[in-house]
Design a binder for this molecule. Structure first.
Ligand code: HEM
Length: 409
């Protein structure tokens, strides 16, 4: 009798609800335990989205890279089966044209190309003195006449906000408005209605601003985008929103979390003072903290065999960067500490904290420069830096981070 080929076995691990994935147990610097438990069982697990739809949770390093670089997986949020991490949001989020983060090539590439030049390594290197000035001034303000501060509101948030405002040409005086809107947009606790209102408000804000830039151009990214006649005003505003939100929220939370973690590892802080070790130390912090805890959503547009299972066209997948970045086979060995621990001497350069493939973070040279300068300067200028009270993590956000970090020096 001829053997009948059977479909590959689907791992029998119980379905894991994706959200909310509680951080309550486990290390506050690590991904929620449901993800690490899933990763310990298989690289591909059936999981459940907030609205009850099933999807694949992709936790293995090789599989995550495939999902993010293979064109059989789409990042287009308008696909009817695109996995949404907010229940009931399909109609609200899927109407209208998304920004290029949630578009596929060729439209994604066309729009991304228009801002690539502003974020190239060479451009960012030239910005280093300016970033250093912003960091020094933030520390001057934080320490003037006092001995305690909240590192989040006094340092981690102002530094990247000031940098991205200067680059884009957004008035920093408007920070309360755009920081508040960003928080709503990134919060898993926001209702669909709150998301809709915040999305409209931030889009209107950028649309007004770019109209002003068109009338009175300055030397900034928004003025250059506004001057193009191959981009609609909505596309310019959409790109502006993406750069503004991604440009300050992510780096701010990385600065705060890195500081909190380094305060728990004073024996490793000296590595930041060695210019040859500093870039590698920042890569290790990016790897271990991987702040996009909820993972990156994609939808399969063809059947794909991956990690021993068949993903059918029309199935959603969530690429879990945080578990991929802790894979021992990739980042362990060679005398390093376990991949769940901080080891500033580790070669972490292959981490996926900035994603992978065509959507890989556009702002990574900027984020790296900001993190290197902010952390080196903070620990150099305040060698006695230490915790001064109860810290609070930001568990409700799609970008994991800190709400407050009281410090003294
Ligand atoms: C430590 C800080 C940062 C982290 C961890 C981070 C992480 C990420 C990740 C994981 C993606 C991929 C999303 C996906 O594939 O679905 C991404 C995309 C992106 N990031 Fe960042 N990011 C950071 C800082 C920044 C900064 C400073 C900017 C400044 C403008 C920025 C702008 C963008 C943009 C525009 C995209 C979309 C790229 C595309 O779709 O082609 N990011 N980021």
């Amino acid at each position: 009798m001829t053997a009948v080929p059977t479909a590959p076995a689907v791992p029998t691990a119980p379905a894991v609800p994706l959200l909310p994935a509680p951080h309550s147990s486990g290390c506050p610097f690590g991904p929620p335990p449901v993800y690490t438990e899933a990763a310990a069982t298989a690289s591909m697990t059936r999981a459940e989205l907030p609205d009850g739809d099933a999807c694949w949770l992709v936790t293995g390093y090789a599989e995550v890279r495939t999902v993010l670089s293979d064109r059989r997986f789409s990042a287009d949020v308008r696909h009817p089966a695109f996995p949404l991490l907010v229940a009931g949001a399909r109609e609200e989020l899927v109407t209208g044209k998304p920004n290029f983060l949630r578009l596929d090539d060729p439209e994604h590439a066309r729009q991304r190309r228009m801002v690539t030049g502003d974020f190239l390594v060479k451009r960012v290197e030239a910005l280093r003195p300016e970033i250093q000035r912003i960091v020094d001034e933030a520390l001057d303000r934080m320490t003037a006449g006092r001995t305690t501060a909240d590192l989040v509101t006094d340092f981690a948030l102002p530094v990247p906000s000031l940098v991205i405002c200067e680059l884009l040409g957004v008035p920093y005086e408007d920070r309360d408005r755009f920081q508040g809107l960003s928080r709503t947009l990134l919060s898993r606790d926001s209702t669909v209605e709150e998301l809709r209102v915040a999305q409209e408000e931030v889009q209107d804000y950028l649309r007004d601003l770019t109209a002003r830039k068109r009338a009175q151009p300055e030397d900034d990214v928004l003025s250059r985008l506004a001057a193009r006649d191959d981009l609609s005003p909505d596309d310019v505003a959409g790109t502006g929103v993406l750069l503004l939100v991604a440009g300050h929220e992510t780096t701010a939370n990385m600065i705060a979390l890195s500081t909190a973690l380094l305060l728990e590892h004073p024996e490793q802080v000296a590595r930041l003072a060695d210019p040859a070790a500093l870039p590698g130390a920042v890569e290790e912090l990016l790897r271990l903290l991987t702040i996009v805890h909820t993972g990156l959503p994609r939808v399969a547009v063809e059947d794909v065999e991956l990690g021993g299972v068949t993903i059918r066209a029309g199935e959603g997948v969530i690429a879990m960067l945080s578990t991929a970045n802790r894979e021992e086979a990739v980042f362990g060995g060679a005398g390093y500490r376990s991949t769940d621990e901080l080891d500033l001497d580790r070669d972490a350069r292959r981490h996926l904290a900035f994603g992978f493939g065509v959507h890989q973070c556009l702002g990574q040279p900027l984020a790296r420069a900001e993190l290197q300068i902010a952390l080196e300067t903070l620990f150099r200028r305040l060698p006695g830096l230490r915790p001064a009270g109860e810290r609070a993590f930001r568990t409700e956000s799609f970008i994991y981070g800190m709400r407050s970090l009281p410090v003294t020096w």
